[in-house]
Design a protein around this ligand. Structure first.
Ligand code: NAD
Ligand code: ISE
Length: 339
């Protein structure tokens, strides 16, 4: 790989995110090209491969990784398929960008962590892409200056237009709030120690039987309190907002006011309709950062430790939902590889 000018990437999973990453690598990212795509749905893999010159379609990730054209792997299959793909990439010592969640539970995340530790060096950047969003980056820089004093509370609103038919109440945590869990640890530099989930009366927009919205409260080892309104059938768009309350002030992002139009006695703007639109720049920056680091022979960004820590907090969150009580999150000791 070090001898090639352009990184040859295999994209595993060519659904909504995978297909968008293929487009991104071909049209936006510099220093990389897609040489292989993999999907258990052969037609889907062939459709996406057909859009890219010199790209081969596979149905088996291991076969794609065996190709000498492949220098690096982007995993965008569903979370349950990530562990097998990660371990296959480790066995060929290939660098990986793995979409969130690292894996669906703490035990499998720990297996991945142990496998990477045995390699003796980091190989994986985990796809917690809020860390690459311009507004989140600005918020993080401000907090890091210490001008506002210590952070006391973090309020988050995470709203999706509508949930797909297969959505479950646990997915509010594992699929959506997983982002705020990472954001909390990264923005505040603190670990999450306990989770409580409260349920307001379900929205009439939500499918029958789905607990939506939910209100998640997290505690941190630095004494901060974090809340997340997760509302996956808000009906009006895709909104992700965060406000940090510090000792000497507050800072808020995500209001999306890049242009305000006044006309006919009203003023207002537009609301993004999905994550692809809202976080387009963040995905671009995330993938470029991965390609650049990989070409330098480095691994940067969210680590397998971050993926594991969030998986452990998710597990606490799902138990908190089921058992209707505050549940503490437990982490193993952090290996030196991730200091
Ligand atoms: P999707 O269902 O649209 O696509 C998944 C694709 O993977 C499908 O085409 C499916 O056939 C294929 N697949 C299933 N098992 C596979 C396997 N073992 N090997 C290869 N391909 C397999 O899902 P999506 O919305 O694109 O989500 C994919 C990943 O991206 C998930 O991890 C999800 O959490 C993540 N995601 C991240 C964001 C973000 O904002 N960062 C947004 C959406 C999804
Ligand atoms: C999706 O998988 C994502 O990661 C989006 O960023 C999130 O907003 C959405 O709720 C998830 O389903």
């Amino acid at each position: 790989m070090e001898n090639r000018d352009v990184l040859g990437v295999a994209v595993i999973g060519t659904g909504k995110m995978g297909a968008d990453h293929v487009r991104r690598i071909q049209q936006v990212t510099s220093g990389a090209r897609v040489v292989a795509v993999v999907d258990v749905d052969r037609e889907r893999a062939e459709l996406v491969a057909g859009r890219v010159d010199g790209c081969t379609a596979y149905t088996d990730p291991v076969a794609a990784m065996a190709s000498t054209d492949v220098d690096a792997v982007l995993i965008a299959s569903p979370g349950a398929a990530h562990e097998a793909a990660l371990l296959a990439a480790f066995s060929r010592d290939l660098p990986v960008l793995c979409e969130k969640p690292l894996t669906p539970d703490a035990a499998s995340a720990l297996r991945v962590l142990e496998a990477e530790r045995r390699l003796g060096r980091r190989r994986v950047q985990v796809g917690f892409m809020r860390r690459y969003d311009a507004e989140y980056l600005k918020l993080k820089s401000l907090l890091d200056t210490g001008q506002l004093g210590r952070p006391l509370m973090l309020h988050n609103r995470h709203r999706n237009l509508a949930s797909p038919p297969w959505w479950t109440s646990a997915m509010h945590i594992n699929d959506s709030v997983v982002h705020e869990m990472d954001v909390t640890r990264w923005l505040l530099g603190q670990e999450i120690t306990a989770v409580t989930v409260l349920f307001p009366r379900p929205s009439g927009n939500a499918p029958e039987g789905l607990q939506d919205p939910q209100f998640v409260v997290m505690e941190t080892d630095g004494g901060a309190l974090v809340d997340v309104e997760i509302n996956v059938n808000c009906g009006f768009g895709y909104q992700v907002q965060a406000e940090v309350v510090c000792e000497r002030g507050t800072a808020r992002i995500g209001d999306g006011q890049d242009m305000v139009v006044s006309t006919a006695g009203r003023w207002g703007g537009t609301i993004a309709q999905d994550f692809i639109e809202r976080f387009e720049d963040a995905y671009d920056r995330e993938v470029q950062a991965w390609v650049d680091a990989t070409r330098r022979g480095e691994v940067t960004g969210p680590s397998v430790w971050d993926g594991y820590a969030v998986a452990a907090v998710c597990e606490a969150g799902v138990r908190a939902q089921r058992e209707g009580r505050r549940v503490e999150a437990e982490l193993v000791e952090k290996p030196a590889l991730y200091d």
